[in-house]
Design a protein around this ligand. Sequence first.
Ligand SMILES: N[C@@H](CCC(=O)N[C@@H](CS)C(=O)NCC(=O)O)C(=O)O
Length: 215
Amino acid sequence: MHLFAIPRSLNVERVTLALGHKGLPVEISLVDPKDRTRVRKMSGQELVPVLVDDDNTVVFDSPVVLEHLERRYPDPPLWPADPARRAEMDVFIDWFNRVWKRPPNLIADEMAKPEPDEARIQRLGAELAGSLDRFERLLHGRRHLFGDEFSAADCIAFPFLQYALGIDANDHHLFHEVLARWLATDRHPRLAEWIRRVDERPRAGDVAVHELESI
Ligand SMILES: N[C@@H](CCC(=O)N[C@@H](CS)C(=O)NCC(=O)O)C(=O)O
């Protein structure tokens, strides 16, 4: 199995967490962020992660990659077996991607403008910061977002929410700086515990990394 990635991609981290959970070996190839030719040729689009499975099936878009892994390698699971619980998790994943991610994306877009609208940034930032209470409540009395077990919901949310506990000094990605600025908190102890817990999990990143030249 082969995973195409760029360094520090949060959507790639979703997949490496899922692969780590399932104990699946993968080779990771770092793509030059400025040259997407190979990714486009392989998948018909330019974004990573792109997974090429052992039978050469090509899958992209992180939630779709997670679903593919679950279908093909169901054990250990990332979704609940019960159809209703499973649908609830899908609703969460959809909300996270379509609703939760909007404010930080809009803030980053605004900040990249020559004259950013500071009032708009503040408004969106307050919305982003306000979302933390909801995650704190989701973790009430359970170890992960949808229960005691680690799940697809944790894979989807963790790479983004981890910035509530700070940012690596070498991470200068604007979107990540936006997350770190607005999510910083010392008032969400369950969330902080969850971030530390998930951060200890295995990720499929310790495997051979091939630089662009070698793929
Ligand atoms: N919906 C896609 C989004 C993928 C995406 O935005 N990937 C980013 C990296 S996290 C990317 O390739 N961005 C293009 C770039 O940075 O030039 C997913 O969840 O996989």
